[in-house]
Design a protein around this ligand. Structure first.
Ligand SMILES: Cc1ncc(C[n+]2csc(CCOP(=O)(O)OP(=O)(O)O)c2C)c(N)n1
Length: 584
């Protein structure tokens, strides 16, 4: 059957099971928008292509399926770049479709020409400029295959206008021709057995859980492993929710703003079992001083991660979807043969640390309103059942620290790239991927202003996200660094809390706008916002402008230098540095 390239594109997307495309049209991609009208695909018309990219990411985070975004050539395509870089850093499966100037004009500085495959080469897992309409089905099928298999990531397919207009013969499924693309096969059973033996022998093990556990949906096996091994668990910023925070073995988040218990357990442990984690600098602090007494088991789907930052004693390359259940079987065999491991003393120590040095803040009844308090009330009111999406900055850390996560895919954020402006569009994508569920974006006033225009998209599309702006009037995280490391010489961090008026802005975008300034009003305002069902609700929480995020390991320092923060006395800080348990 004869079709145009554009029809082949739309059919290919349908055949890939795509249900929604986030995009914004323009000249070069116009041919694709015509068959889109009569297709089964839902197109969500964003207000900025960056929003389309983050929405595709949010959709992918929330559903586990590949998110799709579409843009025209030149500035349309370059507006996607930040989101693609973000998806690349966080291993999020996204397929981006871009229009390109006609093939005969490529390289002529044609109107709206940009070399998007060149520009995105370092931030995509793969990209392709298609030069033959006949290749479109294969290019799309390969894009989805590459985006979603192995270590997931973004793939871009660039389609010149004449290729979209040309005719070709439709056929599906195409043969995939990817000679250079290898996905890790089954893991070596001997290494799995070796890892289980090490875990059993360890007296002070820690499971260091990264985003790979969420992406591989292996949280159930993780829990079995932790309970079998009686090993405490730390969940990174990418893995919040992979292990329930309420579980006695949960230590919370490690790293720069991690809990004392998680950071210190990693420093003092004799074995790290790293699962889908990458020894990121925000977790390790000064790498040479990280976990000095630990042997390391490192399991990851990407062989390039093994030994990149920390040499492992046992390396397991494979998909955690298979590896974690295999590790459970191996561990059970060891425990059945040799009896349970001997971690009781270690668990008593880590539990003591949790009690002695918890996340601490003070909320006075008459204010100022603390961001941590808002997160804790949200956590209580939603029973940990919201899908939380964060921007980047202090509010992101407060959300990650103080929300009690109960399940995977309930925490969505920009971990690797730290992209301000992520939250509103990513929440939109998550809500569209999981309609009927409660999606709450916690955003900073700085971040919010970068992509707030997607509220219009949400209002028109009936996407009822809740957006909680933690409006401290500052680029708060930068302010905190200037306070601590630049002698309080504040430079270009003051935004002001009153312009724009977020309640009026929400109203202008067809959303429900609310404001909350007093701690005593938090519950009532949250309840009001959570009850809005047809359009977004936006809450302007006027939060304390000088509140910091603690604990904190100063950048570049050893994790041994963790600062508990102003809520702790000097004596407590000294006891913490000595690893003492001071609360029974
Ligand atoms: C696009 C982008 N620009 C700059 C930064 C650097 N940066 C990191 S956090 C931050 C402040 C964020 O301010 P806000 O959104 O108000 O959140 P807060 O820290 O106050 O909670 C900035 C500027 C960034 N991460 N991303």
């Amino acid at each position: 059957m004869e079709v145009t390239g554009a029809q082949a594109l739309v059919r290919s997307l349908e055949c890939e099971g795509v249900d929604v495309v986030f995009g914004l049209p323009g000249g070069a991609i116009l041919p694709a928008y015509d068959p889109l009208r009569s297709s089964s695909l839902r197109h969500v018309l964003v207000r900025h292509e960056q929003g389309a990219g983050h929405a595709a990411e949010g959709y992918a985070w929330a559903t586990g399926r590949t998110g799709v975004c579409m843009a025209t050539s030149g500035p349309g395509a370059t507006n996607l770049v930040t989101a693609l870089a973000d998806a690349y850093m966080d291993s999020v499966p996204v397929v981006a479709i871009t229009g390109q100037v006609p093939t005969a004009m490529i390289g002529t500085d044609a109107f709206q020409e940009s070399d998007i495959t060149g520009i995105t080469a370092p931030v995509t897992k793969h990209n392709e400029l298609v030069t033959d309409a006949e290749r479109i089905p294969a290019a799309i099928a390969e894009a989805f295959h590459i985006a979603s298999t192995g270590r997931p990531g973004p793939v871009l397919v660039d389609l010149p206008k004449d290729i979209l207009q040309a005719t070709t013969v439709w056929s599906w499924p195409p043969a995939l021709d990817l000679p250079g693309y290898r996905v890790s096969g089954p893991a070596d059973p001997e290494r799995i057995a070796a890892a289980a033996r090490l875990l059993h022998q360890a007296r002070r093990p820690v499971l260091y859980v990264g985003g790979g556990v969420v992406k591989s949906d292996s949280h159930a096996a993780l829990r079995e492993l932790a309970e079998l091994a009686q090993a405490p668990v730390t969940t990174t910023l990418m893995a919040r929710g992979a292990f329930p925070d309420s579980h006695p073995l949960a230590l919370g988040m490690p790293g720069m703003h991690g809990t004392y218990a998680a950071v210190t357990a990693l420093q003092e442990c004799d074995l790290i079992v790293a699962l889908g984690a990458r020894f990121d600098d925000r977790v390790t602090g000064k790498l040479a001083a990280f976990a000095p007494k630990a042997k390391v088991v490192h399991a990851d789907i990407d062989p390039a991660e093994i030994g990149k930052n920390r040499a492992p004693d046992v390396a397991i390359v494979g998909n955690l979807r298979a590896v974690l259940p295999e590790l459970v079987v191996a561990m059970r065999a060891v425990v059945n043969g040799a009896g349970p491991g001997r971690t009781a003393e270690w668990l008593a120590t880590t539990a003591g640390w949790k009690r002695s040095y918890p996340l601490r803040y003070t909320q006075a009844t008459d204010g100022p309103l603390k961001p941590q308090h808002v997160v804790e009330r949200l956590s209580a009111l939603t029973g940990g059942n919201a899908i939380l999406v964060a921007g980047v900055g202090q509010h992101q850390m407060h959300a990650s620290q103080h929300y009690t996560f109960t399940k995977p895919r309930s925490w969505i954020n920009s971990g690797g790239a730290g992209t301000m402006g992520f939250a509103v569009p990513a929440a939109m994508g998550a809500q569209i991927g999981r309609p009927g569920e409660l999606v709450v974006a916690i955003d900073g006033d700085g971040c919010f202003q970068m992509t707030a225009q997607e509220l219009a998209t949400c209002a028109i599309e009936g996407v009822p996200i809740k957006v909680l702006i933690f409006n401290n009037g500052f680029l708060g995280m930068v302010r905190q660094w200037q306070e601590l490391f630049y002698d309080e010489r504040y430079s270009e961090v003051h935004l002001g809390a009153t312009i724009p008026d977020y309640v009026k802005l929400a109203d202008a975008y067809g959303c429900v706008g609310l404001r909350c300034e007093q701690p005593s009003d938090v519950d009532a305002v949250l309840e009001k916002a959570l009850a809005v069902t047809e359009v977004p609700a936006v809450v302007d929480f006027r939060t304390h402008d000088a509140e910091g995020v603690f604990p904190m390991v100063p950048a570049g320092h050893s994790n041994d230098d963790l600062v508990l923060g102003p809520e702790f006395t000097a004596a407590e800080q000294q006891a913490a540095a000595r690893r003492e348990v001071i609360a029974s």
